[in-house]
Design a protein around this ligand. Structure first.
Ligand code: SAM
Length: 313
């Protein structure tokens, strides 16, 4: 990676490879050529991140300022004016975070600044790895508590089938959909995926075979102020005919169904129908093959449920 501005993104511990894929999907240069470097939970990106606030699997984003080996040897080239705080995050090794903070804090001290842990103008994050400490100026913290407020049980209409909002958000991001574009969930259920897409400024469309789900989904979308939507009671494979407007991404969580014959039939018809869409499709299922494809990711939800993610271009 060339010596240029780098972003440091601290991934949530849940699924680091998936977080990296999510970051790539919202990086401005998302080509495979622009490598993201992963050091423990730290994703280092040479590309600008287009929608940092959208990320579902990242805690915080900083701009890299320096890289050092030992806090004791640190002679700051980077200068800070005003009030500042250093916050160490031990990702590897057994260094004492307080010592790291003090060592770096002292090296950064000059006549134009002062340490203020309660109300700093600048927060310097020190990501501590085995052989190096990477320093970044904090740009954005992602309020992950907001995802919890949108959990299934906190919405006006709920059903146990719904995905966790952080995963739903990650799926939306993996689709690469942009604000102002339109995303379809053909098995929309309570609207878990559509809520997350709508909150990213994306227009949403959905179908569900079950009238209760359709009503509940509309109610849930309304609760979060998502008014640009088109939700129909329809079988998923009919979505291309039923919804006339252009679709820029398909993201869905397939029925798990107890009757495997019936579910297989529904999924086969759906897979045929999405050939109508010339866009990325991100599909979650509880089976480890889909239409002859291997999954791109798997997530162990609990001992008897693994979710598989398929990304189809
Ligand atoms: C796993 S759930 C989707 C959950 C959804 N992501 C949510 O947040 O609530 C699958 C949904 O597919 C619906 N469904 C089942 N068969 C269908 C079909 N043939 N066409 C459309 N929807 C169908 C079910 O009613 C159910 O709501």
């Amino acid at each position: 990676m060339k010596n240029k501005t780098r972003k440091l993104l601290l991934a949530a511990g849940e699924n680091i490879e998936l977080a990296k894929k999510e970051v790539r999907a919202v990086a401005e240069d998302s080509s495979e050529g622009e490598k993201l470097i992963l050091k423990n939970r730290l994703i280092i990106s040479g590309s600008k991140i287009s929608y940092p606030e959208r990320l579902g699997l990242v805690h915080e984003i900083s701009k890299q300022v320096e890289k050092i080996d030992e806090p004791e040897n640190f002679r700051a080239e980077y200068t800070i004016d005003g009030r500042y705080a250093v916050e160490a995050r031990i990702l590897e090794g057994d260094r004492d975070p307080e010592k790291v903070e003090t060592g770096i804090g002292e090296a950064l001290s000059n006549r134009k600044n002062s340490v203020d842990l309660d109300n700093p103008d600048t927060v310097i994050k020190a990501y501590v790895l085995e052989d190096e400490i990477i320093l970044g100026r904090l740009e954005q913290e992602i309020d992950r508590g907001k995802f919890n407020q949108r959990k299934n049980q906190n919405r006006p209409f709920s059903s146990p089938v719904s995905l966790d909002p952080k995963l739903a958000r990650t799926l939306v991001n993996l689709s690469g959909v942009k604000p102002g574009e339109r995303l379809l969930d053909p098995f929309c259920g309570t609207g878990g995926i559509l809520i997350e897409a709508g909150l990213c400024g994306v227009g949403v469309a959905g179908t569900d075979i079950d009238q209760e789900m359709v009503k509940g989904c509309r109610k849930n979308l309304g609760e979060y102020g998502i008014i640009n939507h088109d939700i129909l009671q329809e079988s998923a494979e009919k979505a291309p005919e039923a919804l006339e407007e252009e679709i820029d991404a398909v993201v869905t969580d397939l029925p798990y169904g107890r009757s495997s014959k019936k579910t297989k039939d529904i999924v086969e018809k759906f897979m045929d129908s999405i050939e109508a869409y010339d866009c990325r499709k991100v599909i979650v299922w509880n089976k480890d093959t889909l239409d002859g494809r291997n999954p791109d990711f798997s997530i162990d939800v609990h001992s008897s449920l693994t979710r598989y993610i398929y990304i189809i271009d």
